[in-house]
Write a protein that binds this ligand. Structure first.
Ligand code: HEC
Length: 154
């Protein structure tokens, strides 16, 4: 029995080492100048701080990669969320969106934050600063709704 457990542990450890050699697909940060949401739209300081804390890791080119995001298999999950998150919404490239896409995205931000679908639950587990309070969510929702009105009238 003991020997069996020992062999299993060695196999798991070996597998852990082997998977480190598989590329994670973790993207790089490629900041775009002048296209950031705060450069093209009015973002109150409080809202700016909230989205930087709770959204930018997956929805901007300013992703902070913690040490465990370099260790497989977590690195694969992080890479998937960041790639997917940026594809759907990249606050660093906000200025590149058409009026129609801005309106659609602001509507989705309002909905997803209001209904607690964003930030992703798994992310909140590892990042307590992204665990938004009701007042924080209300601030973001109100800002997204007001910004949508402004964009609509532009
Ligand atoms: C851990 C990564 C992560 C964090 C943090 C995160 N998101 Fe997301 N978000 C995603 C992913 C991945 C998607 C793609 C859809 C999906 O897989 O659910 C997404 C989709 C979205 C969408 C839908 C966009 C579209 O066009 O369909 C919006 C809006 C959104 N997120 C807003 C936010 C906001 C606002 C925050 C911060 C309060 C946030 N997200 C935090 C990963 C994240």
């Amino acid at each position: 029995m003991r020997k069996w457990i020992m062999n299993a542990l060695i196999a798991v450890a070996g597998l852990f080492v082997i998977i480190q050699f598989f590329p994670s697909g973790r993207p790089q940060n490629k900041p775009v100048t002048g296209k950031d949401i705060a450069s093209v739209t009015e973002v109150p300081e409080e809202v700016g701080n909230l989205i930087r804390q709770a959204c930018f890791d997956c929805h901007s080119q300013n992703t902070r990669f913690p040490w465990y995001s370099y260790v497989a298999p977590v690195s694969w999950l992080v890479a998937k969320d960041v790639n997917n998150g940026r594809k759907n919404l990249d606050f660093s490239k906000w200025g590149e969106l058409s009026k129609k896409d801005k309106l659609k995205t602001l509507d989705e931000i309002s909905e997803m934050v209001g209904e607690e679908e964003m930030p992703l639950k798994i992310y909140i587990l590892m990042h307590s600063e992204a665990n938004l309070k009701k007042e924080d969510r209300d601030l973001i929702v109100q800002w997204a709704d007001e910004t949508a009105e402004k964009v609509f009238e532009e």
